[in-house]
Each structure stands twice: as C-alpha cells, then as structure tokens.
Design a binder for this molecule. Structure first.
Ligand code: C2E
Ligand code: MG
Ligand code: MG
Ligand code: MG
Length: 291
C-alpha cells in the first residue's frame, strides 16, 4: 500500500487491510442474531485414556454455520465475539447446552462422563459470571460432589490478569467445578504463577504433541511439562493426538489422558453416541476416574 497525508497525519493504505476490516465488520454483524437464527451448534470430542481408548470426558466445541459465509472457524469468530462482548451471551448458551447434554448422557448410563467447556477470560471476568454458572448448575441439578463440569481457560489469557482470574476461578471451584489450563506451553506461565492458580490439570498444546515424533526439542518440552504437572500434583491431558506414535510416546513420558483425531474428531451429538456406546461398559464398571 501507499501513504497519504490526512490533516497532517500519515496514513498507510493496504488494500488487504480494508478487506480484513470489512470482513471483520460483516462477521460481527452476522454474529448478532446467529443464535436466534439457529446457526450455532456444539460438537463434542471425546477425551480418552490413551492406553484403552476408554472415553472419560467430552470437550464441547462451538460451531457456527452462517447463512452467508457458511462454516466459520472458532479461531476467527471467538475473538470478534470477545471484542463485542457477545461472547457472554454465546458462552451462556454453550454452558447451558453442554450441561444439558452431559446430563442426558449420564442418564443414559455414562455415569462418570465429564464435560469440558471452553471459557474466554472476558466471560470469566464479567460481573456476575459465577452467579450465572451457579444458576446453570442448579437448573441442570449438577451434583457438586460428582460434578461433571470442567472449565478450560487458555494459559495465555490467564497470565494477562492473574489476580482477577485467580479469584474468579476460586469462586467456580467452590461450586465443585474443575479448571483445566488449555494450550499449555504456549503462554510462558511462570512456576510461581502456576502454583498460585487454582487449576486441576494442564492441557499440553497440540503444537508440542504434533512435533513429538520429529523434533527432540518438542519431546524434551513435553517431558518438562509432564514433570511440572507431577510436581504440582496436576492432572494432564494431551491435545491433538493424531498418530499411534504420538500416543505411545506420550504414554512412555507419563501422560495417560488425551484427545485427538486418532481417537475421534469433534462431531455432532448423534455421531458421538456410537463412540460412547463402545465405551459404556468400562465407564459403568467404574474404571474411569476424574482427570
Ligand atoms: P481448544 O480449546 O484448544 O480446542 C482444541 C482444538 O483442536 C479444536 O479446534 C479441535 O477441533 C482441534 N483438534 C482436536 N483434535 C485435533 C487433532 O488431532 N489435530 C488437530 N490439528 N486439531 C485437533 P476448534 O474446534 O477449531 O477450536 C479452536 C479454539 O476455539 C478452541 O481451542 C477454543 O480455544 C476456541 N473455542 C471453541 N469453542 C469455544 C467456546 O464454546 N467458547 C470459547 N470461549 N472458545 C471456544
Ligand atoms: Mg479447549
Ligand atoms: Mg487447546
Ligand atoms: Mg486452542
């Protein structure tokens, strides 16, 4: 792009920037009303024991199919929803829908199944958030002593505002909800921060998992994260497990739980049912424990 002077200011033009701004505004417009038009859906991805493939939880992942743009990836629309504040409405819907679903699955026999829901820090820090979570928990009669709900917050978001986030997470934990630190390894959380944070598990970012077989440095990083989790007595979940080689390496390093295309892609409720059916007997026999 070239440069032009406006009232003494120097403004740089890049045609692709205009394009991006226009696209952002169109998506922002379309996001308002997306729920009402029924364009939002949840997909679910199983979280499994790496050795047996036994399903112990599900992660709810938001999907948007827009009337004009078709499918829009969460990495594109979540930041827009965070910026406009719409994430609170969307997030409430996700929580409510995910809780309703895990209750349905538990009633149908998958009694120990957990449900992980992603949370934006913007949601977490909104006034009254813990009150709304309390309402949702009560509406769906989730048992604090056998709480299926797990909330995932990304490491990068957490370290931006440690004190406020820590306090907000503490309030959620009082409801019996577990907190998992998502995309771990990408955000440089210091050891002392980690020790203060009321979290129950680290989710090893998929970028490390995917370099496991090719990059010895990635292996060392994963090993360090596993040692760190063990030292802090945190559980571990590996994301983005795509190959048997990655699964075996993770188990060898001491990580027992994971999710990824090797086991199942995120899918709509109906498609997930058959994955669960295969896992029913082991879950009912009580082998699956909290992770
Ligand atoms: P995340 O929470 O880290 O979710 C994991 C992402 O990795 C998902 O992408 C999932 O589809 C993808 N994935 C799972 N297994 C594999 C694998 O084996 N290989 C590869 N390459 N990818 C795999 P997705 O669904 O596009 O979501 C992207 C991000 O958007 C999520 O990352 C999460 O941060 C955010 N997100 C999704 N749903 C919600 C939501 O309801 N609320 C909020 N606040 N954020 C959400
Ligand atoms: Mg997640
Ligand atoms: Mg992640
Ligand atoms: Mg992510």
């Amino acid at each position: 792009g070239g440069a032009a002077s406006h009232a003494g200011r120097c403004v740089f033009y890049a045609p692709e920037m205009d394009e991006q701004v226009r696209e952002y505004q169109m998506l922002d417009n379309e996001l308002h009303g997306a729920l009402e038009r029924g364009e939002m859906a949840l997909h679910f991805q199983p979280i499994v024991h790496l050795d047996s493939g036994e399903v112990i939880g599900m992660e709810a992942l938001l999907r948007w199919h827009n009337r004009r743009f078709g499918p829009v990836a969460p990495d594109r629309f979540i930041p827009i929803a965070e910026h406009s504040g719409l994430i609170r409405t969307l997030g409430d819907w996700v929580l409510d829908t995910a809780c309703a679903q895990v209750v349905r699955w538990r009633e149908r026999g998958w009694r120990k199944l957990a449900m992980s829901v992603n949370l934006s820090v913007r949601q977490l820090l909104a006034p009254g958030f813990d009150e709304r979570v309390r309402e949702i928990v009560m509406t769906h009669r989730l048992d604090p002593d056998d709480m299926p709900l797990v909330l995932e917050v990304t490491e990068t978001a957490v370290i931006e505002d440690m004190e406020a986030v820590s306090a907000a997470l503490d309030r959620l934990k009082r409801l019996g909800i577990a907190v998992h630190l998502d995309d771990f390894g990408t955000g440089y959380a210091s050891l002392s921060y980690l020790q203060q944070l009321p979290v129950d598990a680290l989710k090893i970012d998929k970028s490390f998992v995917q370099s496991l077989e090719s990059d010895p440095v990635a292996e060392n990083l994963v090993r360090s994260v596993i040692v760190l989790a063990q030292g802090l007595e945190l559980a571990l979940v590996a994301e983005g497990v795509e190959t048997p080689g990655q699964r075996d390496k993770l188990m060898e390093l001491g990580c027992d739980v994971g999710q990824g295309y090797l086991f199942a892609r995120p899918q709509p409720v109906d498609a997930v049912d058959h994955v669960l059916a295969d896992s029913l007997s082991s879950v009912q026999s009580g082998r699956a424990e909290r992770y």
